[in-house]
Design a protein around this ligand. Structure first.
Ligand code: FMN
Length: 188
């Protein structure tokens, strides 16, 4: 298999999570542009123990997530806005990447990171996007210039289709920018 590996991390553990659906749509766009993809959705993230920086070794799920990020050429993160910032489940997944701290390329070092936010209101969409960008900088990643902040209410219809072409275009832009950066890195 060739093509950049793009790892999707996000969603909520809620069945039918709109955040996870949006992430899957972005990953599909990346696949259309030649990527291999791997998804860590809400159900997986819920199984991660709270990250403990003590000496105990990682759980199988924690190790799997860290290894996928090590191998990734790009990341797409998707979180709901909860009380004006990212959800605890997604933050815990990011904290888990402390497992890569001693790597030659720790955390998101040198990797593009696309961001998708869902929220019921514009205010949480904006504050959460800025919070996640700050975290990615702290983790040595390259947030893509464009971040998709989407209104969660009615984002997908009963059949799981995204209702609004503008939202589809936003998710496509995030995927395209992650792919553009990943391909540039591969060419250097
Ligand atoms: C604990 C909690 C806190 C929330 N806080 C906010 C908020 O501050 N602002 C907002 O616009 N929406 C808020 N929401 C709505 C969520 O952003 C919305 O339910 C979410 O994007 C839906 O994601 P899902 O379909 O993937 O579960 C909150 C929801 C929950 C459960």
């Amino acid at each position: 298999m060739s093509g950049p590996l793009i790892v999707g991390i996000g969603g909520t553990p809620r069945s039918g999570s709109s955040t996870e659906r949006a992430l899957i749509l972005a990953l599909r766009h990346a696949q259309g542009a030649g990527a291999r993809t791997k998804l860590f959705g809400g159900e997986f993230l819920e199984k991660l123990p709270h990250f403990n920086p003590g000496p105990a070794g990682p759980s199988a799920e924690q190790a799997e997530l860290a290894q996928a990020v090590r191998e990734a050429d790009g990341i797409i993160l998707a979180t709901p806005g909860y009380h004006g910032s990212l959800s605890g489940v997604v933050k815990n997944a990011l904290d888990t990447l402390e497992l890569t701290r001693a790597d030659p390329r720790p955390y998101f070092d040198g990797k593009p990171v696309g961001i998708i936010i869902t929220a019921d209101g514009a205010q949480a969409g904006g504050t959460t996007l800025m919070a996640v960008r700050g975290i990615i900088h702290a983790m040595r990643g390259w947030p893509t210039p464009y971040g998709a902040a989407l209104n969660a209410a009615g984002l997908f219809d009963e059949a799981g289709e995204c209702r609004d072409a503008k939202n589809v275009a936003q998710l496509k832009t995030v995927a395209e920018q992650v792919m553009e950066f990943a391909n540039m890195r591969a060419a250097t």
